[in-house]
Design a protein around this ligand. Structure first.
Ligand SMILES: *Cc1c(COP(=O)(O)O)cnc(C)c1O
Length: 239
């Protein structure tokens, strides 16, 4: 077997084992948590190698990468999600390709997604991205803006809100992000209980390589793992 594939296979097995352990410790079923491979910067060949491993789906940060790898067949039969910041002018290339868009954080963007989805005669699943720590450099809506936003978004015809996503600050030590994960889960539970139109809240997207066990302990249903699967990223160019 390809050496690179074997290295990835071992990393995926280790991640799965930790996911399972974290789930059991929290009294949860491992099958209730999806493993998304965050494949940004990885080329189509590497991604294609990883498609045969024990991962559930892929996530990309840039629309162009998503389109290229999808057209190359790199994801195999696995779905791909858009997990990075989405510009309005890229919406037309994303709707219908990404099974789920994790990064919706404004009414303007939601409207554009719904408009394009309507044109394509489909319903686009989305998550609302929350900026939990009020970090200026990051996208996402402030927690107190979530309900006003949802009241508008849930009236858009071609969208379905499936849940919430957040990227907490980079954690220096284990356990540091738990309060953020717990806060996101609380928001998720609150929104779910309010039964907005066009919402079907079943996805809580939180946890990355450094902190996915804490995220699972706090109720994550989808962890996004990049370096934990592919190893350190090499950035060819910055955008
Ligand atoms: C890159 C990225 C990840 C994965 O990060 P790792 O620390 O490499 O696991 C997850 N989510 C988003 C939104 C990302 O951009």
């Amino acid at each position: 077997m390809d050496e690179r594939k074997q290295a990835m296979e071992e990393r995926v097995a280790a991640v799965r084992q930790q996911m399972e352990q974290a789930a059991r410790q929290a009294g949860r079923e491992p099958k209730d948590i999806l493993l998304l491979a965050a494949s940004k910067t990885q080329d189509a060949q590497t991604v294609a190698l990883s498609a045969g491993l024990d991962i559930d789906l892929f996530g990309e940060n840039r629309v162009q990468e998503l389109v290229e790898k999808q057209e190359a067949g790199a994801y195999g039969t696995k779905p791909v999600h858009m997990i990075g910041h989405l510009q309005k002018n890229k919406v037309k290339h994303t709707v219908g390709r990404a099974a789920l868009i994790h990064s919706v954080d404004s009414l303007e963007l939601a409207r554009e997604i719904s408009r394009i989805a309507q044109k394509k005669e489909l319903v686009q699943d989305i998550l609302i991205e929350i900026n939990l720590a009020g970090e200026q450099s990051k996208s996402g809506v402030a927690p107190e803006q979530l309900e006003p936003l949802l009241e508008q978004v849930c009236q858009l015809p071609a969208l379905r809100v499936r849940g919430l996503m957040a990227i907490p600050p980079i954690s220096e030590k284990p356990g540091q992000n738990r309060p953020y994960f717990s806060a996101l889960r609380q928001l998720f539970v609150d929104i779910k209980s309010k039964k907005y139109d066009n919402t079907y809240m079943d996805c809580l997207s939180m946890g990355m390589t450094r902190d996915f066990c804490d995220a699972i302990a706090e109720g994550s249903t989808l962890v996004r793992i990049g370096t934990g699967i592919y190893g350190p990223r090499m950035y060819k160019e910055e955008h």
